[in-house]
Write a new protein. Structure first.
Length: 303
């Protein structure tokens, strides 16, 4: 199945998600409308996780209502193993049982199943690999991969033949995966690459007052981005999506929305092609941003 250029992120549909989200998660009716609109717009790829509230159930209900059993590409993720009260010998069975439960919720096999917490991959690599083989044999999953945070993690999985896909944070503020030919090497291995955190969970849309209240260290960089937006007369959202969409190695951009209107706008923005000179300006001006600015894991320490 060909994967759409946009993967609809559904954390917002199952949880209160994102630093700029002041509306909370949408109602079930509104969430189903968003999923339906996405499919109408040609989006067949959806990103969820066992830990995303009722997101998997919502997608499953949508798939059943539209009879999309053969037409939806679903990425889901394994909940953190380290947070469970289990011993090493139980890890493989835990991975299998959680994937089976996610598949049951969705009502279809999982096209792409990712380890959500990379520390689990490091600690339980052999057990997870065994589980992935079993899951593929049982046709519970089709592809297996990992969700990454840092380039060093990509280096660690480079020789793992079980890895079919990765999801990476990539955006104007975080260009760390564009170094050292990482993406090119992954593509040579025929690994599917999904880009997430394109808007830094909405950080790039915050106003000055909101930034000073939440992440003061980001103010300099958000203002620099706003200046480029004014000078080029291109919206921040188009700059952000256009920059990531210009990277040939990216198979699909994971974008979360809170409304049908945002979804329509996101599709238009991804289809908008930035001029090469603007891509180069972004590449040059947003180098060396501290990790505490772009990585949500550090945000609580910024307050």
């Amino acid at each position: 199945m060909e994967i759409s250029r946009i993967t609809l992120g559904t954390a917002q549909l199952g949880l209160n998600y994102g630093i700029a989200n002041d509306k909370g998660k949408p109602s079930k009716t509104q969430a189903l409308k968003i999923l339906s609109k996405a499919f109408d717009l040609g989006i067949n790829s959806f990103d969820t996780a066992y830990a995303y509230g009722d997101s998997e159930e919502l997608i499953g209900e949508f798939i059943k209502s539209k009879k999309l059993y053969q037409n939806a590409f679903i990425t889901s993720k394994l909940p953190s193993i380290s947070k469970q009260d289990i011993i090493d010998e139980q890890v493989s069975e835990f991975v299998i049982s959680r994937a089976e439960e996610s598949s049951r919720r969705l009502g279809i096999p999982i096209a792409n199943y990712l380890v959500h917490d990379f520390s689990d991959y490091r600690k339980y690599k052999k057990q997870i690999q065994r589980a992935s083989i079993v899951l593929k044999e049982r046709r519970i999953i089709e592809m297996f991969g990992v969700s990454l945070y840092e380039p060093e993690e990509a280096e660690e999985i480079m020789k793992d033949k079980q890895i079919d896909a990765v999801q990476i944070p990539l955006g104007i503020f975080n260009q760390s995966f564009l170094k050292n030919g990482l993406l090119e090497r992954l593509k040579r291995r025929d690994v599917k690459i999904f880009a997430r955190s394109i808007f830094n969970q909405g950080l790039i849309f915050l106003n000055r007052k909101q930034i000073l209240e939440k992440i003061p260290a980001a103010l300099e960089w958000v203002e620099k981005l706003n200046n480029i937006s004014r000078e080029t007369e291109i919206s921040v959202v188009r700059l952000a999506t256009g920059f990531v969409a210009s990277i040939d190695e990216i198979d699909s951009l994971v974008l979360g929305v809170e409304s049908e209107e945002q979804l329509i706008d996101s599709k238009e923005c991804v289809e908008y092609r930035l001029e090469k000179t603007i891509v180069e300006i972004i590449s040059e001006k947003f180098v060396g941003i501290p990790q505490r600015v772009f990585d949500p894991r550090f945000w609580s320490a910024n307050k």
